[in-house]
Design a protein around this ligand. Structure first.
Ligand code: MRU
Length: 334
């Protein structure tokens, strides 16, 4: 299949409606529908319920979410910043974006809407530009006819556009390389089976979905040239928080000699966190784990645990691909 589709824009500002426009990622792949958020509360709830998800996309959505308070004045904007900061704790891009919006608020002397919208648009534009740059760095690490395994969705819809892990694959293909992708289904919310499979298939990639429990068997059977994942927060020592299941994949990759790459923009780095121990890990509702895909349930009197992220230790990571270049152990991000 060739790619005849327009680039995806999962997050944008709708000028006519003066609203945040989001691709509803909960409905994919069955339905491609967009929703409009007219209030800060709607924007915050869309981040919490994962209408919009993926670290950079959350940051961009939150930035536009702040703009929704601009007409109500400075105090309302400050409340918006506080509300949006309480949505999801792990992806540091959210806090980086809100920090930029707060600083812009502090120096704005003209109409707030103009200043805040300009800042949100810059955050959005810089994310896409960064992904294109990191994609070009990452593409050089992949051979032609590469077989790649990815986890969760670190694609165009998880970012301002192009994607991080999937951006590397897109850039490799633009450079003339052919890429075969295996996508972990990614329990419990199936970002791999629903979103990565949909996004890559839409772009004409050769993509095969596996349950993450199958990754070991796949690696024994098939040479995996690279495992590439995104990130939600990277500590100063290179420890990386990403979707639950990433750590296990890094251990399997080491056992099978497959290079394990993290692709992430600079907005995902938290240099105030010395190591992974300092990264807050979101725990989501039990219900997400109890409800099985076919509608059956885990028995009500059995406990479930539902951390949304895990931390991959720096030593399991062959390289961290950023728009500033490719970093390897010992990491020095200063
Ligand atoms: O819970 P999610 O779907 O927001 O988690 C997303 C991930 O873990 C992604 O891998 C990460 O945010 C990078 S997206 C470019």
């Amino acid at each position: 299949m060739t790619n005849t589709n327009a680039p995806l824009s999962a997050v944008s500002w709708d000028e006519g409606e003066r609203a945040l426009r989001l691709l509803d990622q909960r409905a994919l792949p069955a339905e491609e529908r967009f929703i409009l958020c007219h209030t800060v509360e709607e924007a915050a709830q869309s981040i919490e319920d994962m209408t919009v998800r993926g670290a950079p996309a959350i940051g961009i959505a939150a930035a536009y979410g702040v703009v929704l308070a601009a007409d109500a004045g400075r105090e309302a904007v400050r409340s918006a910043l506080d509300r949006l900061a309480r949505t999801r704790p792990t992806a540091v891009n959210l806090f980086a974006a809100l920090g930029r919006m707060r600083r812009r608020l502090d120096i704005a002397d003209g109409p707030l809407l103009v200043a805040l919208l300009e800042e949100a648009r810059s955050i959005h534009r810089e994310d896409v530009e960064g992904n294109r740059r990191l994609g070009a760095f990452g593409a050089k690490l992949l051979p032609d006819k590469a077989v790649v395994l990815t986890h969760c969705n670190a694609g165009a819809i998880a970012t301002g556009g192009h994607g991080t892990a999937l951006g590397v694959l897109r850039s490799a293909r633009e450079a003339g390389k052919s890429i075969k992708v295996y996508a972990d289904e990614t329990r419990p919310l199936f970002q791999g089976a629903r979103l990565t499979a949909w996004e890559l298939n839409r772009d004409g990639f050769d993509v095969t979905v596996i349950a993450e429990g199958m990754a070991g068997a796949l690696m024994r059977r098939t040479k995996i040239d690279a495992v590439i994942v995104g990130a939600d927060r990277i500590a100063r020592n290179g420890d990386t928080a990403n979707k639950i299941g990433t750590y296990g994949l890094s251990v399997l990759a080491a056992a099978h000699g497959a290079p394990f790459y993290v692709a992430a923009p600079w907005s995902t780095f938290d240099l105030s966190a010395a190591s992974g121990v300092d990264i807050p890990i979101e725990e989501r509702s039990e219900e997400e784990m109890r409800l099985l895909p076919d509608g059956r349930r885990v028995p009500d009197d059995v406990r479930v645990w539902n951390p949304a992220f895990d931390v991959t230790p720096a030593e399991n990571i062959a390289a961290i691909i950023t728009e500033r270049g490719v970093f390897r152990l010992p990491y020095d991000f200063a």
